[in-house]
Design a protein around this ligand. Structure first.
Ligand code: ADP
Length: 489
């Protein structure tokens, strides 16, 4: 069993209208530790009825929550933030247990996620309006911004402790209420956050968590007419389906979807910086992030040195249970993730790629996989077109800057890109030429709650974080006040 300083953070119920519920007729589903298959909890499998109940609770809670002064909402978000920090060790254990990532990464994720509560607690007080000079003397024109209403959030399993605050914090700051369907692989993180929301004093119905099936709970949230906004992080394939469904009642949507990030290493790059950046970007969370470098391109003059240095660094990565000391790579989330990585690996080898380190499942068994580097990658390979979402680093070769830009942009995706160069002019040229929403220059890590995160093209719609993040949860209303010249009778 998972040992926690505060066992009450491990919840096995749904959180609806401020209460923990276990509907009698629901079946259950098991949450397992991917490192060893151990069952961590059996949760009620919510269905449409529970999703509807949660939406109804959120709709009832909305008017009061929206009407509170921003300062009050801000204070409650701050308390939530404080409680997450106080409980970071327990939360990290829950996250590592259900997701697999090393404990140190889990802590990092929780601190990053918590920062969104703090950031948006501040932004809550800065939802400014506007006045517009009127075309007629007896008019005054104003713009006010108001919370959109009940929001549905559907989140993935790779960063539950970060993706949930990234959505819940701006929504609640704006005055919206929320129903969250977390990924079925990682619902315990979501429920622990709900427990802390409740302790922070977030009122009943403002934040609800309903783990359950995509086709039942997910579908209800996306089609329910009381839900005014959908915020989703997940694959492009599912995002496309959800956007189509949300169009039935013209919901506002924010979509953070797949990526196929290029990472470009130019001849003039600082080698150690480029290797460190590639390691951080490619192997964080065992390669299971939407901003992971998926395609690594090195220029002719640095190619051999870069390939050698990267392989050496990758071969030293320690693989194991995320709870063990010094482990840097945990298990993949499930067997399907292993199969996809294997498929990309085998396809690359068949088309002439050379395995330099790794190259198969790990001897630890289960869903452990050897961190792998392949040289000689080419545009025909699956790894060039599809997101691997696993610990496989394919290295391609390029000759000129123009070719690098063309190759990098040759994808339907547009989430993150990285490049390494010491040439100042090139920094600015690529900064505008690369068609990606987030660009790391001489770094593999760009995450910061104060900066806008989001993709271009098939990678999504909308931005999370920064002062822009709260806009996704606000409506703009224009008030045209006329006839002001006439004195009241
Ligand atoms: P991943 O499983 O790789 O995180 P998905 O896009 O498959 O990415 O899933 C992301 C989230 O979307 C999960 O919470 C999943 O349960 C949910 N989901 C998947 N398919 C649907 C669907 N058809 N309707 C609603 N939610 C869905």
């Amino acid at each position: 069993m998972l040992k926690l300083a505060d066992p009450n953070l491990l919840r096995d119920s749904l959180f609806i209208d401020g209460a923990w519920v276990k509907p009698p007729k629901c079946g259950t589903f098991a949450v397992q530790n991917p490192a060893n298959g151990q069952q961590l909890a059996a949760l009620p499998l919510a269905g449409r009825d529970q999703a509807r109940a949660a939406v109804d609770a959120a709709a009832r809670a909305f008017p009061d929550w929206a009407a509170r002064p921003a300062r009050e909402r801000s204070q409650l978000l701050r308390r939530w933030h404080g409680l997450v920090l106080e409980n970071v060790d327990d939360l990290a254990r829950i996250l590592t247990a259900e997701q697999g990532k090393p404990l140190s990464e889990a802590r990092g994720e929780i601190l990053y996620g918590a920062a969104f509560f703090e950031w948006f607690a501040e932004e809550a007080k800065r939802v400014y309006g506007e006045t517009i000079p009127a075309p007629n003397a007896d008019q005054r024109l104003l713009v006010i911004r108001q919370p959109i209403g009940v929001c549905a959030a559907i989140t993935p399993w790779n960063f539950p402790m970060a993706m949930i605050p990234r959505k819940a914090a701006p929504a609640l700051a704006a005055g919206c209420t929320m129903v969250l369907k977390p990924a079925s692989a990682t619902p315990l993180s979501a429920l622990a956050l709900a427990e802390l929301a409740s302790r922070a004093g977030i009122p009943a119905g403002v934040f609800n968590v309903v783990p359950g099936g995509a086709k039942t709970v997910g579908d209800e949230l996306v089609t329910n007419s009381s839900v005014r906004k959908l915020t989703f992080t997940g694959s492009t394939e599912v995002g496309r389906e959800l956007m189509a469904k949300a169009s039935t009642n013209i919901k506002k949507v924010s979509l953070e979807l797949g990526g196929n990030a290029p990472l470009l290493v130019f001849d003039d790059a600082h080698l150690e910086t480029a290797v460190a950046g590639a390691m951080a970007s490619k192997f964080r969370n065992m390669g299971q992030t939407c901003v992971c470098a998926n395609r690594i391109y090195a220029q002719d003059g640095i190619y051999d040195r870069f390939v050698e240095a990267l392989s050496a660094a990758v071969s030293k990565l320690k693989v194991g249970d995320g709870f063990e000391d010094q482990v840097q790579q945990g298990p993949l989330i499930d067997e399907a993730a292993v199969q996809k990585t294997l498929e990309h690996l085998q396809d690359a080898v068949r088309l002439g790629g050379k395995v330099l380190t790794g190259g198969s499942r790990h001897s630890l068994g289960g869903t452990f996989f050897e961190p792998t580097v392949i040289s000689g990658a080419t545009a025909e390979m699956l790894v060039a077109r599809e997101e691997t979402f696993g610990p496989l680093a394919p290295i391609f070769r390029f000759s000129s800057e123009a070719e690098a830009i063309r190759l990098a942009n040759d994808t339907e995706y547009g989430l993150a890109a990285y490049f390494f160069t010491r040439d100042n002019g090139r920094v600015w040229r690529l900064g505008s030429a690369l068609e990606f929403g987030v660009i790391g220059i001489n770094t593999g890590v760009t995450s910061y709650e104060g900066a806008p995160f989001g993709g271009l093209k098939a990678s999504g719609i909308g931005r999370e974080g920064s002062h822009l993040g709260i806009d996704e949860f606000l409506e703009v209303k224009y008030l045209c006040v006329a006839d002001i010249a006439r004195p009241a009778a």
